[in-house]
Write a protein that binds this ligand. Structure first.
Ligand code: MN
Length: 231
């Protein structure tokens, strides 16, 4: 009997600024509604209830952005620009005041969202997996190591569509800081080297149409640009 073999797929990697060694992506964790104005625009009350998390598969990363295929099964693909934390040192039960020691670096990322499917899932009390964790749903800038970026906790985070400002916030407006989010998540999973943590988006999310040029930027970290072609 001949058993067919399935090729072993290499780990997705993201370039690291100033280094020839890329960052291997293990998992992508995402914080929901971490800016008060965005929580309000999604119909929630930002009352500093405990943070909640969802995830994307590691191979959702699109290093450097570029021209992508518009996803199937949606008529409302939305942009969300986010500061992304790259975990370099693993741990569980991490104390908030120790949490930044686990950070390798930072990137700016886009948490692309099938908003229509997400709304349907919310109504039905179902998971967000296909609304959030689809192919190419995480375009990312190169990762800037802590030695270069420091630990950005203030500064502009913006997104433009065809040069028009659509999302504008400041990292200091996060409901849960980077350290607090790491600490909280590490109570539920062993945070591992290679994990990415998307830290939430400021207000102004909205649709992206084929042909539009979308640029997300985070002061001191970088930027990433994408556009969609019609399938
Ligand atoms: Mn998001």
């Amino acid at each position: 009997m001949t058993v067919p073999s399935v090729p072993i797929v290499p780990v997705p990697v993201v370039p690291v600024s100033g280094s020839d060694t890329p960052f291997p992506v293990r998992r992508i964790w995402c914080v929901g509604q971490n800016y008060a104005e965005h929580a309000r625009e999604m119909g929630s009350d930002p009352d500093r209830a405990p943070p909640f998390f969802f995830s994307k598969p590691a191979d959702a990363v699109v290093p450097g952005g570029g021209v992508l295929a518009y996803p199937t099964q949606t008529a409302a693909l939305h942009h969300e620009v986010e500061l992304v934390v790259a975990i370099g040192v693993g741990g569980e039960g991490i104390a908030p005041e120790q949490a930044l020691q686990h950070v390798f670096g930072y990137a700016v990322g886009l948490d692309m969202t099938r908003r229509d499917l997400q709304a349907e899932a919310k109504r039905a009390g179902r998971p967000w997996a296909l609304a959030k964790g689809f192919d190419q749903s995480c375009p990312l800038s190169p990762i800037v190591p802590v030695a270069e970026a420091g630990h950005p906790d203030r500064g502009a985070i913006t997104l433009t569509v065809d040069g028009v400002l659509r999302q504008s916030g400041d990292l200091s407006q996060m409901v849960w800081s980077v350290g607090e989010a790491i600490a909280f998540l590490s109570r539920f999973v062993f945070l591992a080297p290679g994990d990415l943590l998307m830290t939430g988006t400021p207000a102004g999310v909205g649709p992206v149409r084929p042909g539009e040029v979308v640029t997300g930027a985070c002061a001191g970290v970088g930027e990433v640009t994408i556009s969609y072609r019609v399938r």
